[in-house]
Design a binder for this molecule. Structure first.
Ligand SMILES: Cc1cc2nc3c(=O)[nH]c(=O)nc-3n(C[C@H](O)[C@H](O)[C@H](O)COP(=O)(O)OP(=O)(O)OC[C@H]3O[C@@H](n4cnc5c(N)ncnc54)[C@H](O)[C@@H]3O)c2cc1C
Length: 302
């Protein structure tokens, strides 16, 4: 714990905000998870860089997260250092007529609204995805036929020693819900998206239509992390789960949503263990009955 104390002391000197014994249920959309030893809330790239350097000096590997909307944290919490890049680290600006830069903590919704304000089209698909720009780039978030890879032209990052770098379009690789950053030791600090001039009213209408579809189809009244499983090739996870009679199936407070079987929801009092166990049983049953393997989309940490 000495190394963590050193990092906290260093952060205090630099005015970096932090929270000790931070309940991760307050930082995840599932509203589950135990306490993190310490969550730092840096508000500038300089603060992030200083934190990473201190962690590197103390040989501590920090856990980086954004809005926690694709995250399941163990009921035992997270030991060591966690760094949250969310509403504490938000900045959006135009680089030219059709190009926007935003810092990693910027909400996707704010980025979409900014694009709308400037009559820029291309990001409508992302309206309603409740993550940060950094989390969306890391995950290659997507919906309704669009993905972050369609608009991203550059990501700026820091490595875990605090050295800055960037990946431009030709070096960024993406897959289904993964990017060049997935499972690598980098902190995405900002993204650049390239859009096209469009008609403001049409852009707004598209955003509202897609948001409406979410409200109609998704259990947005209950805590979740969106689609629990990745979409298996040639299938839809929700349809397979429903076909196996698992709609509404629950373990403790975790439930396969009655509204959309692709969502696991916290219907009240769920633990992360409940959710993981439910996911395990669902995947096992779907494999047994349909031969299709479901892979979890939601990231687990702890
Ligand atoms: C109701 C609901 C609907 C959803 N709908 C969709 C959808 O339509 N499409 C979709 O793709 N997703 C959807 N999601 C899932 C989620 O919103 C996305 O995956 C989102 O991109 C995650 O962003 P985040 O900031 O919350 O990331 P987090 O959940 O905080 O983190 C996700 C992963 O990214 C890493 N990470 C986050 N920020 C950084 C950073 N700055 N640098 C390095 N690594 C980082 C974390 O370590 C973690 O591995 C939905 C979730 C909910 C709750």
């Amino acid at each position: 714990m000495n190394s963590i104390t050193n990092i906290i002391e260093g952060a205090e000197k630099l005015g970096i905000k932090y929270r000790l014994d931070a309940p991760m249920s307050e930082y995840t959309s599932f509203r589950t998870g135990g306490k993190a030893d310490v969550v730092f809330l840096p508000s500038s790239e300089l603060q992030i860089r200083s934190l990473l350097r201190m962690c590197s000096d103390e040989e501590v590997k920090p856990f980086i997260f954004g809005n926690g909307s694709n995250l399941l944290v163990s009921d035992d919490g997270i030991r060591g250092v966690s760094i949250r890049l969310a509403n504490n680290f938000e900045e959006i600006r135009l680089l030219d007529e059709t190009t926007i830069y935003c810092s990693a903590g910027t909400k996707l919704a704010s980025l979409c609204k900014f694009a709308l304000e400037h009559s820029l089209t291309g990001l409508e698909f992302a309206y309603g995805i409740p993550g940060t720009a950094g989390g969306a780039a890391y995950m290659n978030a997507g919906a309704y036929g669009g993905e972050m890879k369609d608009v991203l032209t550059c990501c700026t990052h820091l490595d875990f020693e605090g050295n800055p770098g960037r990946l431009t379009k030709e070096y960024l690789t993406f897959g289904y819900r993964r990017s060049s950053y997935t499972d690598k030791y980098f902190v995405i600090t900002g993204i650049i998206v390239s859009l096209k001039k469009g008609d403001k009213e049409e852009i707004n209408a598209k955003m509202q239509e897609l948001l409406g579809r979410r409200v109609d189809k998704q259990p947005l009244d209950l805590p979740s992390a969106g689609s629990f499983f990745k979409r298996p090739e040639g299938h839809f996870a929700g349809a397979l789960i429903e076909q196996c009679g698992l709609k509404g199936f629950s373990v403790g407070g975790a439930q396969v949503s009655e509204k959309h079987a692709g969502f696991v929801v916290n219907k009240g009092g769920a633990t992360t263990a409940d959710i993981m166990e439910l996911g395990r049983i669902v995947a096992e049953k779907v494999l047994g009955e349909t031969g299709v393997e479901l892979e979890r989309e939601v990231k687990y940490i702890g």
